[in-house]
Design a binder for this molecule. Sequence first.
Ligand SMILES: [Zn+2]
Length: 371
Amino acid sequence: MKEREYQICNRCIMDTSDPEIVFDQEGNCNHCNEAIERANGLWFPNKEGEQKLVAIAEKIKKTQKNKEYDCIIGLSGGVDSSYLAYRVVQLGLRPLVVHIDCGWNSELAVKNVENIVKKLGLDLHTHVVDWQEMKDLQLAYFKANVANQDVPQDHAIFSALYGYAVKNNIEYVFSGGNFATESILPKSWGYNALDYKSLKSIHKTFGAKKLKKYPYVTFFRRYVYFPFIRKMKIVKALNMMPYNKDKAIEMMKKELDWQYYGGKHHESRFTKFFQAYYLPHKFGYDKRRAHISSMIVSKQITREEALEEMKQEVYPDNSHIEDMEYVAKKLGVSFEEFQKIIDMPNKTYRDYPNNEGLFQFGFKIRDKFFS
Ligand SMILES: [Zn+2]
């Protein structure tokens, strides 16, 4: 890759690889400025957070006591969801744990899931997404040449998890989503994984099979049925405690026989290939930058350490080829064919029918009346 000639933020390490970034007079960017502003009111890594969390847990115990489970957790085996499961049990809650297998899990992640449920004595449901359909959908996404190749898995994980919640009459969803490691993600780098119209239209254009078993969620189901008819609530518990990633990892290694796989979201070879090769190579940005910038904002890492970490190449000396071969083979295409697909001109989700307008309208209503 050529030398970066990008302008970079003075406080975090976001730069003009996000074409929409804006800098203020001090040279700080809109991402860290907005994150710091948002932190008030949603991030409590202190006593106040502990008190809030205990109060929520007590309320849940009281109101859910006649049910088999107090809440539901999606467990991937990664740092966030594993630590969340541990803390939820510490709070005295009885969670149903659901692991969604989209076909890419590493043995290490699966082992982590097994160890956690065994050590914590939890009930586990594993949902295996139909691989033939998953494969067809993922290949369709590559052929669509869009950036957001994580959508087929993210959509299925969300939909399957909420499906289990409804089936088991569970009101509370504990989410591993958190401010400490995820406060920054530029709009231009991602698109809403829950836009089923977008997913359907991409699959209709490039897919070959019918999706019959693939778990999906419509706009109505997500934004009307779940919150207003089923009265489901999302609890982002990691925002109500001092969540430090390194400390969480150390603790889990000791207490849960948990093992680290290195790198955010590198628990699967697909995600590693997608984030460390596909996006930087084809779209010119590295999602690590946003993740590490989030950790600067939450003071888990200094800017100097962050810049040092960015220098480390995830795939030195073309070592991405091995993972690329693996991904191609799993998707049922030859390496050459896969290379050809990836080398086609870039597109965005906007090139295909989607529900962006509806989502924007919905978010406006939510922000106006429900926040
Ligand atoms: Zn910044």
